[in-house]
Design a protein around this ligand. Sequence first.
Ligand code: VGL
Ligand code: ZN
Length: 266
Amino acid sequence: MQLFLIQRIVAFDNCNKQSLDKAALIVIDVQNDFCAGGSIAVAHGDDLIPVINNLRSKLNFGKVIFTMDWHPPGHISFFERFNNSQKYPGAKLLEEYTFDLGDGRGRRTQRLWPVHCVQNSTGAALRVGLQVRPTDAIVMKGTHPDVDSYSGFLDNDGTSETELDQILKQAGIEEIFVVGLAFEFCVGNTAVDAANKGYKAAILEDATGFLGNADGKKAMEKKIRAANVKIISTENLLNKGVCSIPYRIVILLAVPAIKYLNINAN
Ligand code: VGL
Ligand code: ZN
């Protein structure tokens, strides 16, 4: 009887421990241009770094992947490409603009940003302090001069894929937690594409920075709901993998109590 009860308690204890072998952490665009002093600085972007590092040190993800916005000079998302051009009247910084490049791809709509994350520039470098391990993967996106890519998986026009999906499949990943910069654009779109590809997807809200773009945030929240992406906190995830302290105390007290009762009953 005593042994049986102890076995039940230990089994229940183990049941409560969740394995993250099949889960990936995807860290989106924590690059200088999206942090303080960068050209598209996200308020408090730097504050995410200890939060992200802490997640990594406490949990064993099956795979950790960092994406980098990695644009060639003169990229389609750069306002400077359209500014003061007779061919493109009415283009405004930070606003969506619809145009035809005359390349046979037809009209497209693109939000126009300040120059950012130019390949090999300081602005494109991963922020110092972010812990990257040799086993992590790094995925570049937005490398085509005429097509932007908010998602870590796919270009905005859906034509070409990065190697992200392949990396996840090779690692046997089924569940994805997305963090980084910025919620309204690259974090949100990566999570939505992950869900559409059949992964269980969640955004860790307190490990994600908001650019503060009101229409972008509303539109993204709608996409997130439609794709069934969950929004949770890092606390939710950290508590999922390990037993809580009060629970541990109950277990620690229960085993000797059963032993004691058993000895007295005999
Ligand atoms: C991003 C604007 C332009 C992002 C990338 O990482 O959210 N935002 N390029
Ligand atoms: Zn970009």
